[in-house]
Ligand binder design. Sequence first.
Ligand code: SF4
Ligand code: SF4
Length: 243
Amino acid sequence: MTARKKHFETIYRNFNASISEKYDCGQFCAPLNNGDPVCCDVENAIPAASPPEWKVIKKRTNLWKKYKPDPDDKHAVAEVKDINETCVACVCKGAAKCERDNRLMACRSFPFFPYLTKEGEFIGLGYYWIFEDRCWVISNLQIVEHAFVKEFVDAYQMLIDVDEGEYEAFLEQSAQMRRIFSRRNEIIPIIDREGGYLKVLPKSGGKVEVADVNEFSKFGPFVSDKAYKKEVKRMEKIFAEID
Ligand code: SF4
Ligand code: SF4
């Protein structure tokens, strides 16, 4: 069985909470990305819709179109090819023209995906680790608010309950995260379904323990205020040269 129109309509209606009401996280990542929030810039993150979600969103709005990367950009071409094997790689009209009600699930949930244990239990929110150096939220999981966690969990529980393909995809994504973090010999930080914190131990077969948020790492320019300011200056200089 796959998710259908009614499931996405329900999800779009009920999954609207921001990651944080207190912090506009885009204010932290955008200065490092020439003013655009990283997750709203297709050069950084290519949104993907499952085939049923694509059908639903195309009927609601003309905000989205299929993404066709520059043929010379081999990395993007390969990524789009990979996405299009099961989903639709797409692009919106940009942050200035965002339609909040017509954001994809990918927008509503970024940078998180549902983390599933080896046994297939959906225990909480894992993050897309390739954005560790660009997404401020990943280095600041303590700001993620309960309302967001609840809506995220309700939305993805419904999706994986009705759609075997989505379930399998997140099972594999979680397994891949365990493999990579075991190689790195680092814990996987998880926000649990109630907004608390868990850690998956490396090289442990996926053993999960309760965590303190202070155990979670910070990355790249987000390791300290000093590092962040230095990186903003460096990037401003680069963008000025490009302009
Ligand atoms: S979720 Fe991450 S990448 Fe997206 S706007 Fe917030 S900090 Fe930036
Ligand atoms: S629809 Fe809005 S939230 Fe989603 S990528 Fe576009 S600008 Fe960002």
